[in-house]
Design a protein around this ligand. Structure first.
Ligand code: PLP
Length: 381
């Protein structure tokens, strides 16, 4: 079945008969047993079942099954947030070795490596994902983003997977920006895919959640890490995320179309110095988009105004589009990466990565394109 259809049907209620069309919320922290033998078998892993919600609960399993189906992975594990998913995947995949992450990556992931894993004694390395041969040989886990935050840069995922595997490392792809609507990294050789479900998968700005999917043993180890850290999710968050996922295909289609339309519009405006979106034929990653992003750009784009003051004025003049430090919502939202999502980076490092004081990130929602263009034209005028 097409992923759009899977998103509507996967993770349907497996427990009750007759099964409800919409699954119930199992809002319980613990499950009961009729006798001590069943309890021993379930808690010992001999028999399938639920015992304690931190260890596993039906709403998480339903959502994990749905995302695994979308990504074409055999298994999935749900985390309390995208950061929880990334930490669990790194811990599971590194196998006691170093962790390597691409230079262009979400600021929170940089903070996880530099501010948390490194002080714990984990060797943390960085490399340029546009040069797969630069994947460090010492790494056990290699983290890249299929479309990078905030500029939506793409890289050759097949070459990165080959480079990682040559060193006996596992490739983890953060697919939050591209989503399985545009890119399925497991098909290109990735071992694990992680998501901030908070974004396009849930889609409505009302859930904080993450997910890991991919190779079964690595997912099992990721799940063990999540259970041990206490970073497993709440049932209601999983229920909301599955509800949001039902409309994934139609939401993404509209958002991706809007991004292409807005990118073309901005490219024609004299106030805009540069538009970062791989759908544009002049963009450096346009050829990679054909191979890895279904020929599209992500439903997020960035563009450069003259300086920070121009960016601030533009954002102040927006009326319908609101400033919010997130992305992947049904409503279009705007953000200034240098002072928000990537504030952890030194100014010089921001400049090196192309995140300028005048750079603005726009995450496209599902509004009508003509209304978005009118709003953007008004703010630019
Ligand atoms: N990965 C990417 C690409 C992100 O943009 C974010 C958050 O913005 C995360 C991971 C972290 O996700 P969460 O906020 O759900 O922990």
């Amino acid at each position: 079945m097409h992923p759009d259809t899977l998103a509507v049907h996967m993770g349907e209620e497996p427990l009750l008969a007759p099964s409800p069309l919409v699954p119930p919320i199992y809002q319980t922290s613990v499950f009961t047993f009729k006798d001590l033998y069943t309890a021993a078998d379930v808690t010992g892993g001999v028999q399938e079942g639920y015992s304690y919600a931190r260890i596993g609960q039906p709403n998480a399993d339903m959502f994990a099954a749905a995302v695994a189906a979308l990504e074409g992975g055999p298994a999935g594990a749900v985390a309390a947030s995208g950061m929880g998913a990334i930490l669990a995947a790194l811990v599971a995949a590194r196998d006691g070795r170093a962790v390597a992450a691409a230079d262009e990556i979400y600021g929170g992931s940089v903070a996880l490596l530099e501010g948390f894993l490194r002080p714990l004694g984990v060797s943390c390395l960085r490399f340029d994902a546009h040069h797969p041969e630069s994947v460090p040989a010492e790494a056990g886990a290699v983290l890249v983003e299929s479309a990078s935050n905030p500029l939506g840069r793409l890289s050759d995922l097949s070459a990165l997977a080959m480079a990682a595997h040559r060193h006996g490392a596992r490739l983890i792809v953060d697919n939050t920006f591209a989503t399985p609507y545009l890119c399925r990294p497991l098909e290109h050789g990735a071992d694990l895919v992680v998501h901030s479900v908070t974004k396009f998968l849930a889609g409505h700005g009302d859930v904080t959640l993450g997910v890991v999917t991919g190779e079964r043993d690595l997912v099992r180890q990721s799940q063990t890490a999540l259970v041990t850290f206490g970073a497993t999710p709440d049932p209601f968050a999983c229920w909301l995320a599955l509800r949001g996922l039902r409309t994934f295909g139609v939401r993404m289609q509209r958002a991706v179309d809007n991004a292409r339309g807005v990118a073309g519009f901005l490219a024609g405006r004299k106030e805009v110095l540069r538009v970062h979106h791989a759908s544009l034929s002049g963009h450096g990653d346009h050829a990679l988009a054909a191979r890895f992003l279904s020929g599209e750009g992500p439903a997020i784009l960035a563009f450069d105004l003259r300086d920070e003051a121009a960016a601030a004025r533009f954002i102040e003049r927006l009326e319908m589009i609101r400033y919010a430090p997130s992305l992947g919502d049904v409503s279009t939202i705007v953000l200034h990466p240098a002072t928000t999502s990537h504030r952890q980076l030194e100014r010089a490092e921001q400049q090196r990565l192309g995140i300028l004081p005048g750079t603005i990130r726009l995450s496209l929602g599902i509004e009508r394109l003509e209304d978005l263009l009118a709003e953007l034209a008004h703010a630019l005028d």
